[in-house]
Design a protein around this ligand. Structure first.
Ligand code: CA
Length: 240
């Protein structure tokens, strides 16, 4: 697994690199937003640890551009911010970060977040290969998802894919945020439960004909979320 560490404070970058390399990750570092974009293209890392405040382009912009220019691999992006208040911006803007950490964080915590990914991909390997519903097909082995009727491949981040797979695998089940966090982060989550809402909002934009009035991923007020898929005969209109 390759990790790109984007951090302009050399000491912090070196510390992150030290801990991740001890865990067997191959690390590359850079301290500039524009350079980070170029490296993300050439290296195709599995994970990007991305500082928010950077020279060149800031972390939010880097994140957004990486998500727009989807390469062959869609990296897991862990955003790092120096201030707690920025978390609202990261969550609110739905920029495409999969997770975030607030400085100062312990290197162990960072390593735990990155390792949660590895475990997730290993876990997926042992499961039944596909989940179907009338409008979606999710292939757990290939980690690809399709919208059906009309058929269209979905471009999802790691966490969006895991969320959709979780939902399509259990239609009608009501999930609390805590249950979804447990399922997606496998006990390695330390942050704010609202991150779930941000991922749901992004997933809805990709799978719902009208994200503001979701037909598939429904909010269960006061509880959490559930996935419902109407029968294929029901009329659905997708906006172009
Ligand atoms: Ca910085």
């Amino acid at each position: 697994m390759d990790v790109l560490i984007v951090e302009d404070e050399a000491e912090i970058a070196a510390l992150i690199q030290l801990y991740l390399e001890k865990e067997g990750f191959t690390c590359h570092t850079c301290g500039d937003g524009l350079q980070a974009l170029a490296l993300a293209q050439t290296l195709q890392p599995d994970v990007i640890v991305l500082d928010l405040m950077l020279p060149g382009l800031d972390g939010l912009e880097v994140c957004a551009r990486i998500r727009q220019g989807a390469g062959p691999k869609d990296p897991y992006i862990l955003m790092v911010t120096a201030r707690g208040e920025e978390v609202d911006r990261i969550i609110g803007l739905s920029t495409g970060a999969d997770d975030y950490l607030v400085k100062p964080f312990s290197p162990r915590e960072l390593v735990a977040r990155v390792r949660a990914l590895l475990r997730r991909s290993l876990r997926q390997g042992g499961k039944s290969p596909q989940h179907h519903s009338p409008h979606f097909r999710v292939d757990l082995a290939e980690r690809t998802a399709q919208r059906l009727n009309p058929s269209e491949p979905l471009t999802l981040t790691t966490l969006e894919f895991d969320l959709l797979a979780t939902f399509v695998g259990a239609p009608g089940r009501v999930w609390t945020r805590a249950q979804l966090i447990d399922k997606l982060w496998d006990g390695d989550f330390y942050g704010d439960e609202r991150i779930v809402d941000a991922h749901i909002a992004r997933l809805r934009k990709k799978v719902e004909p009208e994200p503001a009035q979701p037909q598939f991923i429904k909010t269960v007020i006061g509880v959490g979320y559930k996935f419902e898929d109407p029968e294929p005969g029901d009329s659905l209109t997708y906006s172009p």
